[in-house]
Write a protein that binds this ligand. Structure first.
Ligand code: MN
Length: 333
């Protein structure tokens, strides 16, 4: 997908200026198209829900787009029943807000005729392709960034629903306030949201305790198949297309499976492989921080952070696994 807008000299990349510009646009002409990234997660969808509520409250029309269906456990977030799942979309000159898309292609949607293109993200590899770039690689989540935006520009718009949505965004991206990105800023933003009416217990139950039985069964199969190598350093878990079919599951049902191989005592790095089409694997690498995994991911054509990275690769699973293990060992030993 090579339809990114041409760079212009007036590109804005400063955080505060970017948010100020976004606030001006919303006040003047709130109609907007919002697109998330492929396989949108809680941060992406929670933030989308908060913007949906804001724009509706400002009297604007909002179109929500994703390339994949919204996972069932996020359907309670505002606006989710309005999300259009599509491969391409003509924005007809409307403002386009992209959530956590490091490149325009990351949306998985071919987007044409966009007006102002606002790029909102917290990933360090963002390419600043927007006409307005609001990128804070120090933030735990875009939910945290957008909580600050609401506080500065639309404090009276932080309704219960907005607070719930942004709380879900921060909670899911920090692994329930357990990952290394659980900063004081992340916790402060979460505290503000609970103060504004977010029902922490209720939204977490909706996100984490409404698993379909089929997913739990698939997880059982996945967990029993996890393999730890002879050194005890690397654990590998795999989901094949056959498994999805057998357990009547979809790729979204493997959400968070990547954290289990890493979560074994003594293991330094976890590999999660999911077959996305015959002999093509989406690979997630996770570490506890001591080992780095992004060097291996980059060598395999992907990228990410020190403790969480990924790539897509084609080949026989057993060959891929030994290649990845060799690279991980070379990166860390
Ligand atoms: Mn995020």
């Amino acid at each position: 997908m090579d339809n990114r807008p041409p760079k212009n000299n007036n590109q804005i990349s400063h955080l505060e200026t970017g948010f100020q510009k976004l606030a001006e646009i919303l006040r003047k002409q709130p109609d907007m198209v919002i697109a998330g990234h492929r396989n949108a997660d809680g941060d992406c969808l929670g933030t989308m829900g908060a913007f949906y509520k804001l724009i509706v409250s400002l009297g604007g029309n909002v179109t929500l787009l994703t390339s994949d269906p919204v996972p069932e456990n996020y359907m309670f977030l505002p606006g989710m029943e309005k999300v259009r799942v599509c491969e391409s979309y003509d924005c007809h000159g409307q403002t386009l807000l992209l959530l956590e898309c490091g490149t325009l292609g990351r949306s998985g949607i071919s987007l044409s005729n966009c007006g102002e293109t606002i790029n909102l993200d917290h990933h360090p590899d963002n390419t600043h392709y927007g006409s307005i770039n609001i990128v804070d690689s120090g933030a735990s989540s875009i939910g945290e960034m957008v909580t600050g935006f609401f506080q500065s520009h639309f404090p009276s718009e932080i309704s219960d629903k907005v607070a719930d949505s942004l709380y879900v965004a921060i909670h899911t991206d920090t692994g329930g306030f357990s990952y290394g990105n659980t900063s004081s800023a992340a916790l402060s933003a979460a505290a503000v949201l609970v103060g504004k009416g977010a029902d922490a217990g209720k939204v977490c139950a909706s996100v984490y305790q409404e698993n379909r039985l089929a997913r739990v069964r698939l997880m059982g199969h996945f967990l029993s198949g996890i393999h730890v190598d002879q050194t005890g350093n690397i654990a590998t878990g795999i989901i094949l297309l056959n498994d999805l079919e057998k357990y009547k599951c979809v790729p979204a049902d493997t959400d968070n499976f990547s954290s289990y191989p890493r979560g074994i005592r003594g293991v330094k790095a976890g590999i999660f492989m999911m077959e996305v089409s015959p002999s093509v694997f989406k690979v997630s690498l996770r570490s506890k921080g001591e080992w780095s995994v992004n060097g291996t991911a980059m060598k395999m054509g992907g990228g990410g952070h020190r403790a969480a990275a990924g790539f897509v690769a084609k080949g026989r699973a057993e060959y891929l696994i030994s290649e990845i293990m060799l690279k991980l060992k070379a990166e860390n030993e």
